[in-house]
Design a protein. Sequence first.
Length: 378
Amino acid sequence: MIAWLGVEHLFELSRTEAVAAFFTPLAVFAAFFLAQVILPARRVPGYVIDSATGQPRNYRLNGLLVFVIAVIVWAFELTGMPRDWFYRSTIYAVIGGTVFTAIFAILAVFTQPRGDKNPIAELWTGRVREIAFFNGHFDVKMYFYVVGGTMLALNALSGAAYHYDRFGADANPGVFLYAAFFTFYITDYFIFERVQLYTYDLIHEKLGFMLFWGGLVVYGWLFILPLWGMAAYPDPGFSTAWTYVWLIGTAGLFLLGWGISRGANMQKYTFKRWPDRKFLGIIEPKYIEAGDRKILYSGFWGAARHFNYLGEGFLSLSIALAFGHFTNPWAWTYFVFIVTLFTFRQRDDDRHCAEKYGEEKWAEYKARVKHRILPGVY
């Protein structure tokens, strides 16, 4: 079965290495905890209201600094860990990470007051939306962002290092393009870290196993699922002309997706902070009044109700195409995951928004912006 899947190279660790791989996520979690707590950070108010004070919650943001240091430590092997270790250890690391996040989730859920669901359901979804320590010095959800994002980039880079060591001159340039995509994506993510304070996860999700495992293991390790298979394939062997078309076209599609996703999120962020300011100085904010809340329906948010998800879809499509082995199922795993995730999430978003703004006002918005994700189609 393992050979049929083409991932036998991920099971070549010795017993000692397998044990080390199992505990690698725990070491990573501890190192990032210390880095986030010790390294300097800026205090930024978010969107979520602190129930104790009635004011926006304050967050310590130092994700970019933590990310840059982590990349330097990885690139120069300052801990003695080989650059390809994260990739080679990924199967055992996912198993270990799942065990450890399950333990963390149990502690996070069952140390909080019981809700109205059964304990198993609460373990999955959580009981509370926010957990912070050291008088707000450390916030669990922001920790997820920093660990998950950084490890996504490091795992992609590690896979590229493994691929180069294995194939050398016959390496697939698409693997390096793939690693570059995620490195750029995460760097941009941390440059605009403050925007994450206005996202669905931070505002709505509770802290259960779903978010612990999703934020740390799925985001950090499993988002590189295409590499499990594709790092073991050499250059697809296109002609020089078709190689340029393939790589430049894929990069262009990635940038289109990034532009839509980043633009939509930045417009929403700008609107929530400065409701009357034109986005980029040209897009007039148009909105529906819903009590003391406003529903934006101009610019990106007038094209579709969840237009940012279309950007993520283009990003995931570019990742599938980056490898050049277009018929290999491994190349399409991330695309299938992202399309499935956001197809279901936008339905949850609609439900939350109807509760937040009121059924009548949300119906008015849906009448103005008729499509969910893809204008004119869906």
